[in-house]
Design a protein around this ligand. Structure first.
Ligand code: NAD
Ligand code: MG
Length: 394
């Protein structure tokens, strides 16, 4: 049986992963489940899945979990803190790590999984946005397998030329001229700037096609999600930003496309359901069922495309600029965005001020060459400090 650790088991991706695993009993063994502080849900998951380890980052929550599990499933070891996450990402009995923690918090355990040479099922795009060169170097050095879970990158991966390894190759040498990421445009695709200024957190989290955690839902609404995905694509596929384009596709049926020099364009289609990329990455290079219904083309009937409006969605421009600037600039972009999204969700920052806060941070905190993890973490902290101060004066 293949041992698997799920980082972020209580989130949307974590739950979808467990759903897929439940369809294939006897093939995978859940070795570790982790969450931030949701004692109740992680307790239920532990009782059902009987992992060897459970991790709650919050110390008090971890103690509560241990107390509840002891009389029921005493053999589960409960760990806490970031060290606990890193431990279960590296376990020798684990072959695959689902990296599904949201935000910068996912960086260290995801990096630990790569450093330990695991198959990394990468949902946590923020880790790659922050640490691209270091992360890819660790994957290369340790011969880890990096399989994208983000639906766009999973689609691109599926449309690349067949290769026995997951290692990125030179796009031009493979006859690839462009990667085209599709974007639904989120819930406000057609809204005017005036209306956007009034958006509430609940409106922003009501995505038309996907059910996701609140942070990524807001990112989808501002289109920062697509910006982060452009950066993610550059690292995953060794592409430069000018070879990664974004096209709006409101139906979310084409998950992304790869354009070749001979004029061929390959696309991956399917119902918008994260269980498809999850099952793909779990079974790769084979295929296994995901519980996703077959795509009904007649019912879909129409596939539409539009250009993305950078005026109404400046986050996309900011992400391209950050990637072009390179170094820790993308970590600074990510940190400012995390602060801005949290402030928006808390009702303290209007939706249209999210890019203003990010742009202000990018203009005040300068990026540096990524030489070491500490440089990334220091610039992440600097950006958060600046963004927090900006909020205090807002
Ligand atoms: P979510 O908010 O539903 O779940 C987040 C998970 O991370 C939870 O298990 C939570 O306990 C854990 N977590 C939160 N803060 C933490 C912390 N400080 N330390 C440790 N663990 C923490 O998020 P989600 O929608 O499942 O997304 C997870 C990741 O996958 C994100 O990076 C997102 O961008 C990416 N992703 C999600 C989708 C989707 O459809 N949901 C699609 C593509 C990519
Ligand atoms: Mg995506």
């Amino acid at each position: 049986m293949i041992g698997i650790t799920i980082l972020g088991a209580t989130g949307t991706i974590g739950l979808n992963t467990l759903d897929v695993l439940a369809q294939h009993p006897g093939r995978f063994r859940v070795v570790a489940l982790t969450a931030h502080r949701n004692v109740e849900l992680l307790y239920q998951q532990c009782v059902q899945w009987r992992p060897s380890y459970a991790v709650l980052v919050d110390d008090t929550a971890a103690e509560q979990l241990a107390t509840r599990l002891r009389p029921v499933v005493p053999e589960i070891t409960v760990l806490s803190g970031v060290a606990g996450l890193e431990t279960v990402a590296r376990l020798p009995e684990v072959q695959m790590v689902m990296a599904a923690i949201v935000g910068a918090a996912g960086l260290l355990p995801t990096l630990a999984a790569a450093e330990a040479g695991k198959r990394v099922l990468l949902a946590n795009k923020e880790a790659l946005v922050m640490s691209g060169p270091l992360f890819m170097a660790a994957v290369e050095r340790q011969q880890a397998e990096l399989l994208p879970i983000d639906s766009e990158h999973n689609a691109v991966f599926q449309c690349l030329p067949h290769s026995p390894s997951t290692r990125p190759a030179d796009l031009a040498r493979q006859g690839i001229s462009r990667i085209i990421l599709t974007a639904s445009g989120g819930p406000f695709r057609q809204w005017s700037l005036d209306r956007l200024a009034q958006v509430t957190p609940d409106q922003a989290c009501a995505h038309p096609n996907w059910k996701m955690g609140r942070k990524i839902s807001v990112d989808s609404a501002t289109m920062m999600n697509k910006g982060l995905e452009v950066i993610e694509a550059c690292w995953l596929f060794s592409a430069s930003p000018q070879h990664v384009d974004v096209v709006l596709h409101p139906q979310s049926v084409i998950h992304s496309l790869v354009e070749y020099v001979d004029g061929s364009v390959l696309a991956q289609l399917g119902n918008p359901d994260m269980r498809t990329p999850i099952a793909y990455a779990l079974a790769w290079p084979e295929r296994m069922s995901a519980g996703v219904s077959a795509l009904d083309l007649i019912k879909v009937a129409r596939l539409e495309f539009e250009a993305a409006d950078w005026g109404r969605f400046p986050c996309l421009r900011l992400a391209y600029e950050a990637m072009a600037a390179g170094g820790t600039t993308t970590a600074i972009l990510n940190a400012a965005n995390e602060v801005a999204v949290a402030e928006f969700l808390a009702g303290r920052l209007p939706f249209t001020a999210i890019p203003l806060l990010i742009e202000a941070t990018l203009s005040q905190v300068s990026g540096r060459v990524v030489d070491h993890l500490d440089t990334i973490l220091a610039d992440d902290a600097k950006a958060r400090a600046f963004a927090t101060e900006w909020m205090a004066n807002y």
